[in-house]
Write a protein that binds this ligand. Structure first.
Ligand SMILES: [Zn+2]
Length: 322
């Protein structure tokens, strides 16, 4: 039997493990919760012990692995294997995760990268970005992140932070402040967690909305509730959805103007709210785009929740080929 790749997609709520064969078929899956308060060394130890469980369940030995790839919900310095910062797992900072994992998996190549880069690779090779030499994967999720493919290759920038476009500032000095420390970045308007924060702030300031009756405690409010209230005609939800759509479109349009990249593959939980969401982002981006005959393609990700694991598999193929 040929060797298997161990792919690990660390998300803000769950960590998915997959064993992938030569053709990047996922032959075994396993899932555990991601404890967000976890400390760095506990995190790598968790990966090590859960890998044992994965291998035991599937019935293969550690020596049968050709490589280990980890996708993190983080800003990762790929070259040096360092998790620089992580918005969701906030105790992991400037942590040499690859070096620690290499000690735990002696003789097996290990790589680590940001989850949006992994998703970009997957959609470029196997999903909605096929046929586009330049594309951006846009994660419209709890947060807002991107992964850039330029000339068919991942583009990471000088310090590995090329996918941090969600923190480009759109209203300087005004608005909410997220983990990046600057008020008014795109993410503080156009992502799941911040649209909920805007809703809670509005309700607490006395603006009437059916959202208030949908949960017993405002801390339980989610973007799903806002989508539901929007469909029922709630005026606050309509205003918030308009804000989410217009800032998402501005973000894409600004990337288009800066890089002239024409393909934007959107994934993440918000894209499951209904077809209207990406259709309205497309309309808004088209309205902004004054370049005749230069279409901006806004597409839904084709691989769904598997793009993290598949991207890890492709990243390992590319690294092992070198
Ligand atoms: Zn920010």
């Amino acid at each position: 039997m040929s060797k298997l790749k161990l792919c690990i997609d660390v998300g803000g709520t769950k960590t998915a493990y997959g064993l992938l064969d030569d053709e990047n078929h996922i032959v075994y899956r396993f899932q555990t919760p991601t404890p967000l308060e976890i400390m760095p060394d506990e995190f790598t130890e968790k990966i090590y012990t859960e890998t044992d469980e994965v291998l035991k369940n599937f019935g293969c030995a550690r020596e049968e692995l050709s490589g280990v790839a980890v996708g993190m919900p983080s800003y990762v310095d790929y070259e040096n294997g360092i998790v620089v910062t992580s918005g969701s797992i906030h105790n992991i900072k400037n942590y040499p995760a690859r070096a620690v994992l290499e000690k735990k998996f002696p003789g097996i190549p290990v790589l680590i990268d940001g989850d949006t880069n992994m998703a970009a690779l997957a959609e470029h090779y196997l999903g909605s970005g096929q046929g586009f030499p330049h594309m951006v994967y846009v994660a419209l999720s709890t947060g807002l992140g991107t992964g850039f493919i330029i000339d068919g290759r991942l583009f990471r920038g000088s310090y590995g932070g090329a996918g941090e476009s969600g923190h480009m500032i759109i209203t300087p000095g005004e608005g909410l402040t997220d983990g990046c420390g600057n008020p008014g970045c795109f993410m503080s308007y156009a992502c799941g967690s911040y649209i909920v924060k805007h809703a809670v702030n509005a309700i607490e300031s006395g603006i009437p909305s059916s959202l208030k009756d949908m949960v017993s405690d405002l801390s339980d409010l989610t973007a799903k509730h806002i989508a539901e209230a929007y469909k029922q005609g709630d005026s606050l939800a309509e205003k918030l959805m308009k804000q989410l759509i217009s800032y998402s479109a501005l973000h894409i349009y600004n990337l288009f103007i800066a890089f002239n990249i024409n393909c934007y593959v959107c994934g993440g939980g918000l894209t499951n709210m209904g077809d209207f969401f990406l259709e309205r982002i497309q309309e808004e981006a088209d309205r902004l785009n004054k370049q005749e005959n230069q279409k901006i393609y806004i597409k839904k990700a084709a691989l769904g929740g598997d793009n993290g694991l598949l991207g890890c598999g492709i990243a390992l193929d590319l690294a092992l080929k070198q």
